[in-house]
Design a protein around this ligand. Structure first.
Ligand code: 6OD
Length: 469
């Protein structure tokens, strides 16, 4: 049974809800649900810890981030097991991406914060400089697709900037956060600096509307982001949102086609397409369209199907397959539920799917599906490719495949996306700004941008008397 972690202590309070293994559908965990009293306790614990934590030097807090990284390393296998149990994601992906990125998040923000200069401006007769101070208590609402990676992506910069935090993981994936609570306790982190409460959206709503919460960081759907914005509007709380995507991939005739196919397989089907950065719309130059589609369809059928996070989410993804067929799409690969003939048949799997033939205005091509799906459309010119890619309400990520350096820069700079990958996908330098345009979010995190969000400057200006000469 998973309990909340408040003021450094396990707290068993609130109703209990089940967590299901997406691979088999079996219940793998029981979890307490945060009610108003639990939320209030967590926010109070964070507030009580805030003053002493903010009073530490940035070097001291960076030291804590390194200790947490060591704690994560020491519990690596437990974290992998917890993440795999809740998400059903492949062991290898969890071992190479999710948990190592948690370690990297703590280490990177320790370095970035410790080395960050303050601003200072000198004019004749005056000196202005800034000091940055934490916001106070940050609410971090974390999604189910990369639970540990995204929790630590928010925690590390928030903590090193001097904030205390209340985290609410997704109700579907609480287990790695519960292990992390133990890591905080084992490391001797001061009580109340990190608090973790479990629950559904209603618990998250109670958290963000709590007057003791000073700022909100959220990764998830645009719809939930908009609801949080409305909730916090009256108190004008700072928000940082990474929201949905309907990411485009552009494949030019001068690409290395093998690499473009493999890259697209990765960008469309990693984690069953349940990464906000996944490619769901692919535009391929007409001269290589047939060849590319044929290769992609073959490779899609070779990819090991992944489970969707829940039965409901699988129904949603499958409803888009039905919609595509009803709108006259040609299904080149997948389009259904795989049959394994073993325990996985009671899980939430979906086949990696490649579709073509739908209009840009179809719901399939406009709405985020968040599954292993990719629609392929031919284009005739660079200008048309850009129009197609940019013709979306979303603007998170884009990939482009070309060997023409001029084209790579030209197109990348015109794509309406916060992130553009050229001849690769989801390759990260944690110092870079990360986030989306349009409905894909507000603000950027990453490197100094995270530290900007999790702190605010006071500008101090001193009049300098000019000595008589
Ligand atoms: O890699 C990251 O830092 C990041 N924020 C990934 C977000 C993925 C969303 O599904």
């Amino acid at each position: 049974m998973l309990t909340h972690f408040i003021g450094g202590q396990p707290v068993a309070a609130g109703k209990v809800f089940p967590v299901h293994d997406p691979v088999t559908g079996a219940v793998v965990q029981q979890v307490h649900e945060a009610d108003p009293e639990v939320v209030d306790r967590a926010v109070r614990a964070a507030r009580e810890a805030a003053r002493d934590w903010a009073a530490l030097t940035v070097g001291e807090r960076a030291g804590w981030m390194r200790r947490l990284a060591e704690g994560v390393e020491a519990r690596f296998d437990d974290l992998v097991a917890a993440e795999v149990a809740d998400t059903g994601k492949p062991l290898d992906l969890t071992r190479t991406l999710d948990i190592p990125r948690g370690i990297a998040n703590f280490r990177a923000f320790a370095e970035i914060a410790a080395q960050r200069p303050e601003d200072a401006f000198h004019l004749s007769g005056l000196l202005s400089y800034t000091v940055r101070r934490p916001l106070g208590v940050v609410a971090a609402i974390v999604p189910w697709n990369l639970p540990f990676l995204l929790m630590t992506w928010k925690l590390a910069p928030a903590l090193v900037s001097g904030n205390t935090v209340v985290v609410k993981p997704s109700e579907q994936t609480p287990s790695s956060a519960a292990v992390f609570a133990e890591i905080c306790a084992e490391a001797g982190l001061p009580p109340g600096v990190v608090n973790i409460i479990f629950g559904y959206g209603a618990s998250g709503q109670l958290l963000v509307e709590h007057p003791g919460v000073d700022a909100v960081t959220f990764t998830g759907s645009t719809q939930t982001g908009a609801a949080i914005m409305r909730t916090v509007a009256d108190r004008v709380k700072p928000i940082s949102f990474e929201l949905g995507g309907k990411n485009a991939g552009l494949v030019f005739e001068d690409c290395q086609i093998d690499k473009a196919v493999e890259g697209t397989v990765k960008s469309a089907f990693t984690n069953g397409g349940q990464v906000c950065l996944c490619t769901e719309r692919l535009y391929v130059h007409r001269s290589i369209f047939e060849d590319f589609c044929a290769r992609l369809a073959v490779r899609a059928q070779e990819v090991e199907p992944q489970p969707m996070i829940s039965a409901e989410h699988r129904e949603r993804v499958l409803s888009y397959f039905a919609l595509a067929r009803s709108e006259g799409a040609k299904v080149l690969a997948g389009g259904g539920v795989p049959v394994f003939g073993d325990h996985r048949d009671s899980g939430y799997f979906v086949e990696p799917t490649v579709v073509t033939g739908l209009s840009e205005w179809s719901r399939f091509n406009r709405e985020e599906i968040f599954g292993p799906v990719c629609h392929v459309t031919p284009f005739d010119s660079e200008a048309e490719a850009l129009d197609l890619a940019n013709g979306s309400d979303y603007g998170l990520a884009a990939t482009l495949w070309t060997t023409n350096l001029d084209r790579a820069h030209r197109v990348a700079q015109r794509l309406e996306a916060g992130l553009v990958w050229v001849n690769t996908w989801y390759l990260r330098d944690l110092r870079t700004p990360f986030g989306g345009m349009k409905l894909s979010g507000i603000g950027r995190e990453g490197g100094a941008r995270s530290l900007d969000f999790y702190s605010e400057p006071t500008t101090i200006t001193i009049k300098l008397e000019q000595p008589d000469v």
